[in-house]
Design a protein around this ligand. Structure first.
Ligand SMILES: Nc1ncnc2c1ncn2[C@@H]1O[C@H](COP(=O)(O)OP(=O)(O)OP(=O)(O)O)[C@@H](O)[C@H]1O
Length: 462
């Protein structure tokens, strides 16, 4: 049964409304002021019905405290203007006092029905280029993700998104930002793994002129650029310890200090962080600050790997295939029966991103009306992992023979591992990636997958 909180200072109206709602099987709690209501954890109700004028804070003060629970404002005919203001501030609706019982019950029912319809519905997202996109997939785990997004977005709290690479962490961050009160302000996305360790602090927090060699002019950091909006830090587990300390300060005090500066500046930033790593375990080895972990972990959203979403794979494939066909002007292409089987069997270590790439390849390479397995270019599968409980390492046959003539039976991954271990002390990550012919991000991802994470290096003094 839905739970409703009534906030009304006039005892007679309060108890009449309570009786009315209880007669219609709602579970009702009461408060006489916004302060009393806050003590009752309003966000845990399905609906808050509050008078606008209350002793102390007005009813609209509860909109933020009650999120994601909707707040229905009661107001007198005389203050219709304030009712419109209440809607602007985020109230779900208003009823004029004295209210008609049937009308009030219909409004309550409509609000609750709309809320329940939104449960488990994928959010619409505006992508980087301004196009519309929706999250695809309706397995139970994804429905839980959608519900979490909807509930978390308006609450203006820090969110930690966990999931392997390519599972849609950035999409979730976008959805949260776009459904939040900050939607009109900026969303700044930063992949901590893609920025060299020596640059990340100045990228995030900015620096003063002359703060270090090469700092020829002062620079504003990305945290400051997100002021008033949302900062999405992907792969936060890669953030060096010094940068973690600065970030903690932003979260605790709402303050930022540029490198080389003694002054602090106030910033109002909502942080959404993502990682595929176990931050708590990293904090045990001293690689991640436990206090920062606690600050980040207010709300968690867990994205399932694609291999655990068997029932979603073909559905996602069909939609992404359609998009790829339109992009390449090859409408009408279909997946052959064998391709569909391969897509189902493949363990998808790169998750939805890898599926997107395989389909794009298929669309480009297909010669007739059908996309055959060869066109998709999936690595042969030797066995399929049962679930994601492990490291997320796909069980693929050798990706190709080694690029060196002497090591004929080395797999690419063996070769990669050898090369990295042998040269990592002499080469920077950028040089290593260049020599291997892959991006820094890809280097980082492979390091994670093979369990040879990059060593932390000494940091530049601030
Ligand atoms: N549920 C989904 N529905 C539709 N597209 C998806 C979904 N999940 C991921 N994608 C697509 O897969 C690609 C990767 O998604 P995204 O960048 O959000 O993943 P990520 O987890 O942030 O990856 P990484 O950690 O490697 O940056 C994007 O093109 C995104 O649009």
């Amino acid at each position: 049964m839905p739970r409703i909180l009534i906030v009304e200072d006039e005892a007679i109206i309060r108890s009449a409304l309570k009786r009315l709602l209880e007669r219609h099987s709602y579970i009702v709690s009461e408060a006489a002021s916004a302060e009393e209501a806050r003590a009752l954890a309003p966000s845990e109700f399905d609906l808050v019905i509050s008078d606008l004028r209350l002793p102390g804070d007005p009813g609209t003060a509860l909109i933020e405290a009650a999120a994601p629970a909707p707040v229905l404002i009661m107001t007198s005919y005389a203050s219709m203007r304030s009712a419109v203001d209440a809607l602007k501030q985020g109230a779900v609706d208003y009823v004029a006092k004295p209210f008609d019982h049937t009308e009030l019950l219909e409004t309550v029912e409509r609000i609750l029905h709309k809320q329940s319809m939104l449960q488990g519905t994928p959010p619409d997202i505006t992508d980087k280029g301004g196009g519309r996109q929706t999250m695809i997939g309706d397995c139970t785990a994804m429905q839980q993700v959608y519900t979490r997004i909807r509930k978390t977005a308006p609450a203006d709290v820090t969110v930690l998104i966990q999931g392997e690479s390519g599972t849609g962490k950035e999409l979730v961050a976008r959805a949260i930002h776009q459904q939040s009160k900050r939607a009109k302000a900026s969303l700044i996305c930063v992949n901590c793994a893609a920025i060299p360790e020596t640059l990340i602090e100045s990228e995030l927090f900015g620096h003063e002129k002359g703060a270090f060699t090469g700092a020829s002019a002062a620079r504003t950091g990305l945290v400051e650029a997100a002021d008033g909006g949302t900062l999405f830090l992907d792969e936060i587990g890669e953030l060096p310890l010094d940068a973690q300390a600065r970030l903690l300060r932003v979260l605790q005090e709402g303050e930022i200090r540029k490198i080389g500066s003694v002054e602090t500046r106030h910033v109002d930033v909502r942080l959404i962080a993502a990682t595929h790593r176990d931050l708590r375990a990293l904090s045990k080895t001293g690689e991640f600050r436990l206090d920062l972990y606690y600050r980040l972990n207010v709300m968690q959203i867990e994205l399932p790997p694609l291999r655990d979403r068997e029932e979603d794979v073909l559905k996602i494939a069909d939609i992404l295939l359609d998009k790829a066909c339109k992009r390449h002007d090859r409408q009408g292409l279909r997946l052959s029966r064998a391709s569909r089987q391969d897509l189902r069997d493949y363990p998808w270590p790169g998750n939805v991103r890898e599926l997107e790439n395989a389909l794009e390849r298929g669309v480009i390479l297909a010669e007739g009306h059908l996309i055959h397995p060869d066109d998709l270019g999936l690595a042969p599968v030797t066995s399929r992992p049962h679930s994601s409980a492990g490291s997320g390492t796909a069980v693929l046959a050798n990706e190709a023979s080694a690029p060196t003539g002497d090591d004929d039976d080395l797999s690419l991954e063996d070769y990669f591992q050898h090369f990295v271990l042998e040269h990592q002390d002499q080469m920077s990550e950028t040089e290593l990636a260049q020599k291997l012919g892959i991006s820094r991000k890809n280097l980082w991802e492979r390091r994670q997958r093979l369990g040879i994470p990059r060593k932390k290096t000494a940091r530049r003094p601030t």
